[in-house]
Write a protein that binds this ligand. Structure first.
Ligand SMILES: Cc1cc2nc3c(=O)[nH]c(=O)nc-3n(C[C@H](O)[C@H](O)[C@H](O)COP(=O)(O)OP(=O)(O)OC[C@H]3O[C@@H](n4cnc5c(N)ncnc54)[C@H](O)[C@@H]3O)c2cc1C
Length: 440
């Protein structure tokens, strides 16, 4: 009997592609071997909570293994700060266990609704990249189940397969368990400072000035502003507090219950929102004690907010440009977006530090990274993204596969020259829509 059931409900976060896939959701790790052994020509892909925006977590017409029921904590050394868990454990669930004991993950993305396997397979980065590097740097070891080699335990100092699996987009096999080094905290709260800036060039000055003094930095950008106010925004910098208040987050009750019939987040609404947000925040510096959930995960306050983009979904565009080209390239991107009239609801700019990411295909490296959300309006949206690609290529930059559903194959290959070495580690039975698009 097969464990796979045909369905079309598994969507990535951008909700642009709607594909039918056979999905299995095993409850025990022992079931995974059986799923891999099923005689079938279709390829396999393990997935987590589908928080990747494009097609790296999709396998249209093929098979998916939903890992989210394999979510057990296996061991916690609360004296040394080391945790071993099944790969389907959500970051938010892990935090509820470890925060009261004075630990946090070494870094975190902007959502807690992501599994450890997903965080590892995308080698995600956070607001503290300049201090901690990417998520993979905190991975001590991992369990990997392959169709050709069975179960393998990989430690960080071994073999190309470990480096291929970190940031390896789920293509090297099923990550069954993850052992993480944790970071000590003495409070669940941060001391957060908000600083408005009038032009995107001021962002770079603030980022530079904050590298040594602040563990976390990030900026919101108003990408609808033009002229002397191009890329105006709010810079946020923060450090953990020391007050012993180790209360973990609570889950939210608020959620968007169904898909909006049309995009509620259209450019008129987005323009109004950006202008209003700027007017509310621009008055001056502000300092605030903030819980980690409010600081790291503001978008998690509303469940399924992606449904506000309606049936056509949206594209996220996240690029990274090297330090030498960063300021000019980000300004050019801002000008192109402002001129297009296609407003991005949320634009986030941050600088990444020099720490080397451990993965062969890891996105994070030194430079500036800009993330933008655009409602999918079909050809005009794709044309704009194509023009942004030209600026990023010219600057020697690259795009983030976790956010991508459309980059041309040559752009991926130029941005990730290690992809041919990586390809040798791909499990012969594994594939994804993303991989078929960029690697064939
Ligand atoms: C609101 C929001 C904010 C975000 N902020 C950031 C950010 O600041 N920085 C950042 O880097 N990312 C960010 N992301 C992206 C998100 O962190 C990543 O896409 C993350 O990997 C999603 O985890 P997931 O469990 O949903 O994995 P999925 O999206 O389901 O899968 C991601 C990849 O991991 C693979 N995978 C998942 N589980 C396994 C497994 N057990 N074995 C093998 N492969 C597996 C999949 O095949 C796929 O290639 C954000 C996303 C959202 C929605």
């Amino acid at each position: 009997m097969t464990g796979f059931v045909g369905q079309d409900q598994f969507l990535s976060w951008g909700r642009v592609e709607r594909v039918r896939q056979d999905v299995a959701a095993p409850a025990f790790r022992d079931e995974l071997k059986g799923l891999l052994a099923e005689p079938d020509d279709r390829s396999l892909l393990a997935v987590g909570l589908g928080r990747s925006y494009g097609d790296s977590c999709l396998n249209g017409g093929q098979r998916l293994i939903d890992m989210t029921r394999l979510d057990r904590l296996i061991a916690l050394d609360s004296a040394r700060g080391i945790v071993l868990a099944e790969a389907g454990l959500a970051l938010g669930d892990l935090l509820r266990h470890i925060v009261p004991k004075g630990w946090f993950t070494t870094t975190t993305p902007g959502t807690r609704h992501a599994t450890l396997g997903g965080l590892l397979a995308n080698d995600v980065h956070g607001k503290n990249h300049h201090r901690a590097g990417s998520f993979g740097r905190g991975v001590r070891s991992l369990g990997l189940l392959r169709s050709d080699r069975g179960q393998i335990d990989l430690a960080s100092d071994e073999s190309g397969l470990f480096a291929a699996t970190i940031g390896g987009l789920g293509l090297t096999g099923i990550i069954t368990s993850v052992e993480l080094e944790l970071a000590p905290i003495r409070s669940a709260y941060l001391d957060v400072e908000r600083i408005p800036f009038g032009h995107v060039r001021d962002f770079f000055r603030l980022a530079e000035e904050s590298v040594d003094s602040h563990e976390h930095t990030v900026a919101w950008i108003d990408c609808t502003a033009t002229g002397n106010e191009l890329g105006r925004g709010i810079f946020q910098r923060a450090n953990w507090l020391d007050d012993g208040d180790l209360v973990p987050h609570a889950e939210n009750a608020l959620s968007v219950p169904f898909e909006a019939p049309n995009a509620l987040l259209n450019s008129v609404v987005i323009r109004a929102f950006n202008g209003l947000y700027w007017r509310l925040q621009k008055s001056g510096r502000a300092r605030q004690r903030m819980h980690y959930a409010a600081f790291f995960y503001p978008l998690d306050k509303v469940g399924h907010w992606n449904r506000l983009y309606g049936r056509s979904g949206f594209y996220q565009y996240q690029c990274l440009v090297p330090p030498s080209a960063a300021e000019a390239a980000i300004e050019e991107l801002m000008r192109e977006i402002a001129a297009s009239g296609a407003a991005s609801a949320l634009s986030v700019l941050k600088t990444l530090g020099p720490a080397r990411s451990p993965g062969m295909l890891s996105f994070a490296r030194e430079g500036a990274t800009l993330a933008l959300d655009f409602a999918n309006r079909g050809a005009p949206t794709l044309a704009l993204l194509g023009r942004l690609d030209d600026i990023v290529r010219q600057a020697g930059g690259r795009l983030y596969p976790a956010k991508d559903g459309r980059m041309p194959a040559d752009m991926f290959r130029a941005g990730y020259p290690e992809w041919t070495n990586f390809a040798a580690h791909v499990d012969p039975r594994f594939s994804s829509d993303f991989w078929r698009r960029v690697a064939r």
